[in-house]
Design a protein around this ligand. Structure first.
Ligand code: AHR
Length: 530
C-alpha cells in the first residue's frame, strides 16, 4: 500500500488482542503543583478568593483536579524546591518563614502557608499519593533522611517527635520521593556534575531507606541531549535508585509540527530506556568498570523505572511575574497532548510514574482569576485519555496510514521565540518525513471485556476512513460508546474565562462498527464490548 499517496484518506488499524504491553495504573496520571507563579499561591490555594474554603483551598479548582483523578501529586517543585528547606514547609503556619524568594522564573516571593501537611491533605482529598521533591540542590543527604524520619517514623526520635509537637502522632506515610530537580542546569541554585550528584544521591538514598525501606526514590535524569549524564548517574545508583526521572516540553506554532511532538517524545523514551538496559548490565558480573569503580557488583532487585515527572506543551509563554509561564492552550495543543499521553502509555512497562506539568495556572490545564476558573482545551484531552485508558493493559496495535512532513525541536523546546520558530534551518530542529496521520492507542479493561481505542487524526484538511482489524478479540455487542473532543471554532480555538466551553467532550452511543470516519484534526475515543 502506498502510504505516501497524496490525499490518501484511509487507514488500517490492526489491534492485537493477545499481545499485551504495559499495565495501566494511576501513577501514569500524576499532577504537579509547584510553589511557582500562581500555581499553588493564587491557584489551588487562594485564601482571598470568594471560591476558597476556610482552609484557603479553592473549591472549584479542587473539583476540576478531582475530575482528573490523579494517581499522585508532585510538590513543591520543580525549580522551586531549591529555594525551600523542608523545615520551612512544616509546623504551625505562623512559625514558618512567611515566604521565600523564588530567585528564578521572574523572582517572586512564595508564601509557605501551603506546605507539606497541606499538600498531603490535598492528596488525601484527591485520593492521590504525595510525591515529594527533596531539595538536593541546597540541602544535605542528612536533611533528606531527617525529612523521611519526620514524615514516616514511628520511633521516639527527634524528627518524629518534631512531627508530634506539630500535632500529628500518626506518620504521614509518604512513599514517593524525588531527589532534586533538573540539578544538571544552572537555572536554579545548587547545580552539580553528574558524579557529584550521584554521590549525593547514594548517601541520601542509603540514609532515607534506612529510616523507611518501603519508600521509592527517583533521581534526576536528563535523557537524549546528554545520555552521559544518565549513564554516570545510573552506573553509580543502580541497586539504590528506583527511578530515573526525565523532563521534556514540546510544541511548535504550526499544526503539522505540533503533531510531531509525540515523535520527539518517543525518541526521548528510547534513549532513557537504553540507559536503563545498560544499567541492568552492571550487576551481571561481566561489567569490568563495576568491579573496579563500585568495589563489587550491586545487588539489584528490580530494573529501575522511569519517572517522567515533568512533561507538557510549552512553547509560547515566558518566565516573569506575576503571570509566570501561563500558557493559553488551543484545540491543536489538546490533540498534541493526547498524542504525548499515547507515548507514555505505550511505554507503560518502563514508566513507574508520569505527571503533566503543571496543574494550575503555570503551564496548566486549569486557569483561574480571583473568582473564575476555566478548564483549558488540554484539560479535556487529558481527561479523555485518563478516563479511557484506566486500569487494564495496553495492547499492541499497528496503523497503516498516510504520512506527512513536519519538524520539531530536538529536545525541550520550552520557550520558543515565535520569530525564530519560522526559521526552518535552525540546527535545533529535527525534520521528519513520515509522521503518521493516525495515532492510535488500544487497551483492554482490567476485566478483559472492553476494548478502548483513542485515536488522534492528524490531517488538518481531510477526514480519514479507518478500517479496524481486531486479532484475538471479537466484538460482543451492538453498540459502542464514542467520545470526542468537540470544538466551536478552528484548530486554534481556546477556552477562556468568558467562553469556557468552546472545546469540550461530547459522548454518544452508536452502532458498533469496525469501519468509521475520523474528522480532520480530531481526537476520538471508542469503547466497545469484546
Ligand atoms: O515551572 C516549570 C519549570 O520548568 C519547573 O520549575 C522546572 O522544573 C522546569 O524547568
Amino acid at each position: 500500500m502506498d502510504s505516501h499517496m497524496k490525499n490518501r484518506h484511509h487507514a488500517e488499524l490492526v489491534v492485537m488482542g493477545n499481545q499485551r504491553r504495559g499495565t495501566l495504573g494511576d501513577r501514569l496520571y500524576g499532577q504537579f503543583i509547584e510553589l511557582t507563579g500562581r500555581c499553588v499561591n493564587g491557584g489551588i490555594f487562594d485564601p482571598g478568593s470568594p471560591r476558597a474554603r476556610p482552609d484557603g483551598v479553592r473549591a472549584d479548582v479542587l473539583e476540576a483536579l478531582k475530575e482528573q483523578r490523579p494517581g499522585f501529586v508532585r510538590y513543591p517543585g520543580g525549580c522551586a524546591t531549591a529555594y525551600f528547606k523542608w523545615q520551612d514547609l512544616v509546623g504551625p503556619v505562623a512559625e514558618r518563614p512567611r515566604a521565600r524568594l523564588f530567585r528564578g522564573h521572574g523572582g517572586q516571593a512564595q508564601s509557605t502557608a501551603f506546605g507539606i501537611p497541606e499538600a498531603w491533605s490535598l492528596c488525601r482529598e484527591l485520593g492521590a499519593e504525595l510525591y515529594l521533591c527533596v531539595n538536593a540542590n541546597t540541602q544535605s543527604p542528612e536533611d533528606a533522611a531527617n525529612l523521611v524520619e519526620y514524615l514516616n517514623s514511628t520511633q521516639p526520635t527527634p524528627y518524629a517527635d518534631l512531627r508530634r509537637t506539630h500535632g500529628r502522632e500518626e506518620p504521614y506515610g509518604v512513599k514517593l520521593f524525588g531527589l532534586g530537580n533538573e540539578i544538571y542546569g544552572d537555572w536554579q541554585p545548587g547545580q552539580k556534575t553528574a558524579a557529584q550528584y550521584a554521590d549525593w544521591c547514594a548517601e541520601a538514598i542509603r540514609q532515607m531507606k534506612a529510616v523507611d525501606p518501603s519508600i521509592r526514590i527517583s533521581v534526576n535524569g536528563l535523557g537524549r541531549p546528554d545520555p552521559e549524564w544518565d549513564r554516570t548517574v545510573m552506573f553509580r545508583l543502580v541497586g539504590l535508585a528506583d527511578m530515573l526521572s526525565m523532563h521534556n516540553y514540546f510544541g511548535r506554532p504550526c499544526f503539522e509540527d505540533l503533531m510531531a511532538a509525540s515523535r520527539v517524545c518517543e525518541k526521548h523514551f528510547r534513549s532513557a530506556e537504553q540507559i536503563l538496559d545498560e544499567a541492568m548490565d552492571i550487576p551481571l558480573g561481566t561489567h569490568s568498570r563495576a568491579h573496579r569503580e563500585l568495589g563489587g557488583l550491586p545487588a539489584v532487585q528490580r530494573r529501575p523505572g522511569l519517572a517522567f515527572d515533568e512533561w507538557n506543551l510549552w512553547y509560547r509563554s515566558r518566565h516573569g511575574a506575576p503571570r509566570d509561564v501561563e500558557e493559553v492552550y488551543h484545540y491543536a495543543d489538546a490533540l498534541a497532548l493526547a498524542s504525548l499521553m499515547h507515548v507514555i502509555l505505550r511505554h507503560a512497562d518502563s514508566v513507574d510514574l508520569a505527571n503533566v506539568s503543571l496543574a494550575v495556572n503555570t503551564l496548566a490545564p486549569i486557569m483561574t482569576d480571583g473568582e473564575r476558573m476555566v478548564r483549558q482545551t488540554t484539560w479535556y484531552a487529558h481527561k479523555l485519555i485518563r478516563d479511557t485508558h484506566d486500569r487494564g493493559r495496553v495492547l499492541e496495535s499497528l496503523a497503516d496510514a498516510p504520512v506527512f512532513k513536519a519538524k520539531h525541536e530536538r529536545f525541550f523546546c520550552g520557550i520558543v521565540d515565535v520569530e525564530k520558530a519560522k526559521d526552518e534551518t535552525l540546527p535545533t530542529l529535527e525534520h521528519f518525513d513520515d509522521i503518521p496521520a493516525l495515532d492510535a492507542l488500544a487497551s483492554v479493561s482490567a476485566d478483559g471485556r472492553t476494548l478502548r481505542l483513542s485515536l488522534v487524526q492528524k490531517l488538518p484538511d481531510r477526514p480519514l476512513d479507518v478500517a479496524l482489524d481486531l486479532h484475538g478479540l471479537a466484538p460482543a455487542g451492538d453498540t459502542m460508546t464514542v467520545r470526542r473532543l468537540a470544538r466551536d471554532g478552528d484548530l486554534w480555538v481556546e477556552n477562556t474565562l468568558d467562553q469556557p466551553n468552546r472545546v469540550r467532550i461530547e459522548t454518544t452511543t452508536e452502532p458498533l462498527t469496525t469501519r468509521f470516519t475520523l474528522p480532520p484534526a480530531s481526537l476520538t475515543v471508542l469503547e466497545m464490548p469484546v
